[in-house]
Design a protein around this ligand. Structure first.
Ligand code: SF4
Ligand code: SF4
Length: 178
């Protein structure tokens, strides 16, 4: 595999149990893919010429290439625009395949460090992006120390955490949900 993408497919690495796992994690229609390439033809990441290439990822998923996919940081490049979902003629829901690969990666803590950071922040503060020292910067420009979000409303934050605990986060979070 070249760095940053699923570029070479080594069939000796095929793992049927990974295909089953992806299905359980949301890629229910994975097997329906006919590799027509419509998803890639509309994906903004592929159109921008970035490493992320949805059709190839779906192919690798369909072959059960677990290690290759879990090591491929480009799966974190998906922008969740859902264009691929709209054009797929086989209702594969390619976006869900990406999500399933991400869930599988998180389960074995195989994802970029900033992804964990984002998850932790989301649970702890209600914001995935949580720059340190933001209170000071807000004060300097005359804003209240905390924004009017869950961050400044303990009751709301509690409810938000309750909702998150009912999602797959409970299963995959690599940190305690207390
Ligand atoms: S559009 Fe659907 S069927 Fe075509 S390659 Fe993408 S996922 Fe497969
Ligand atoms: S949802 Fe992700 S994979 Fe699908 S078109 Fe958008 S960026 Fe590409």
């Amino acid at each position: 595999m070249e760095e940053g993408g699923v570029n070479v497919i080594d069939l000796t690495q095929a793992d049927e149990s990974f295909i089953k796992e992806l299905k359980e994690l949301g890629a229910e229609e994975l097997k329906e893919c006919i590799q027509c390439g419509k998803c890639a033809s509309t994906c903004p990441m592929a159109l921008a010429g970035l490493e992320f290439f949805i059709k190839r990822i779906i192919h690798a998923a369909n072959l059960g290439l677990r290690d290759i996919l879990l090591e491929d940081s480009s799966v974190w490049g998906c922008q969740s625009c859902n264009r691929c979902v709209e054009v797929c003629p086989m209702d594969v829901v390619p976006y869900e395949v990406i999500q399933a690969v991400r869930r599988a990666a998180i389960k074995v803590e195989s994802c970029p460090a900033n992804t964990y950071e984002g998850l932790r922040n989301l649970y702890k503060f209600g914001h995935a992006v949580f720059p340190k020292g933001f209170e000071e910067r807000r004060k300097k420009v005359g804003l209240p120390e905390k924004p009017p979000t869950a961050l400044s409303n303990e009751e709301l934050l509690k409810k938000y955490r309750e909702v998150l605990r009912q999602t797959i986060l409970e299963e995959i979070a690599p940190f305690p949900l207390d």
